[in-house]
Design a protein around this ligand. Structure first.
Ligand SMILES: *Cc1c(COP(=O)(O)O)cnc(C)c1O
Length: 228
């Protein structure tokens, strides 16, 4: 029982320290444990240790993990690429979706979300490095997409998500995260939106993301160890 429990509290301390050094309140930062390709045993340890937010990339694996942890009161976040034929299951089984990058997917999620449930909490995924092979909307199209998604029923547009390419120095990491933060403020102002969520920062760049305003950090290997 020890390992994940200890790592979880170390990570929470690290979040606290990073928040403190940028004069932020750690309470506004959610640790999202990214549980893809991790063992059932580790997931159970994490839930038992009090982890509430779980992030998943692959639908089938996610559904199996949800079944495994059905006795815990958890929040499930879909953070992987979304194929149109998977939107129904995602709308049914998740609380949050971080990886929306086109209107069609958002429309399907909205139509397929049960109206009796809380609205699906959605982030728009950005591609700020302009890598052709990568998911995410480019900065110049992000404002229009956010405006359109905001008009959909059964969805609450919460903010932006970012998976920047790896940068190995802290300053360069901060620069790209700062761009996401500034873009969110600009899009809010342009469209009179109230987005409040920056889903950014992973195991290798969490501190930089927190310094630039991350409100959800998505941590896989630093919490659960290497993936199988
Ligand atoms: C796998 C993954 C993570 C976690 O990555 P680590 O480097 O293991 O922390 C975070 N976000 C997304 C979108 C991922 O696919």
């Amino acid at each position: 029982m020890h390992r994940i429990n200890d790592t979880l509290s170390q990570l929470q301390n690290q979040i606290q320290a990073a928040a403190c050094s940028s004069e932020r309140n750690a309470n506004e930062i959610t640790l999202l444990g990214v549980s893809k390709k991790q063992s059932d045993e580790k997931l159970l340890e994490a839930a038992t240790s009090g982890l509430i937010d779980f992030g998943e990339n692959y639908l089938q694996e996610a559904l199996a993990h949800q079944k495994l942890l059905a006795d815990f009161k958890l929040r499930w976040h879909f953070i992987g690429p979304i194929q149109s034929n998977k939107t129904r299951a995602i709308a049914e089984h998740f609380d949050w979706v971080h990886s929306v990058d086109r209107l069609k997917v958002a429309q399907r999620l909205s139509e397929q979300r049960d109206q009796n449930k809380a609205p699906l909490q959605v982030c728009v995924q950005l591609n700020l490095d302009n890598e052709d092979s990568k998911a995410g909307v480019q900065a110049k199209h992000a404002s229009e997409l956010c405006r359109q998604i905001n008009g959909l029923d059964n969805i609450q547009l919460r903010g932006l998500m970012l998976i920047p390419k790896q940068r190995n120095n802290y300053k360069a990491q901060r620069t790209i995260f700062a761009q996401a933060r500034e873009l969110m403020h600009k899009i809010n102002a342009q469209n009179q939106l109230n987005m409040d969520t920056l889903s950014m920062g992973m195991s290798a760049d969490m501190d930089a993301a927190i310094a630039e305003g991350a409100t959800i950090v998505r941590i896989g290997s630093a919490l659960f160890g290497p993936r199988s």
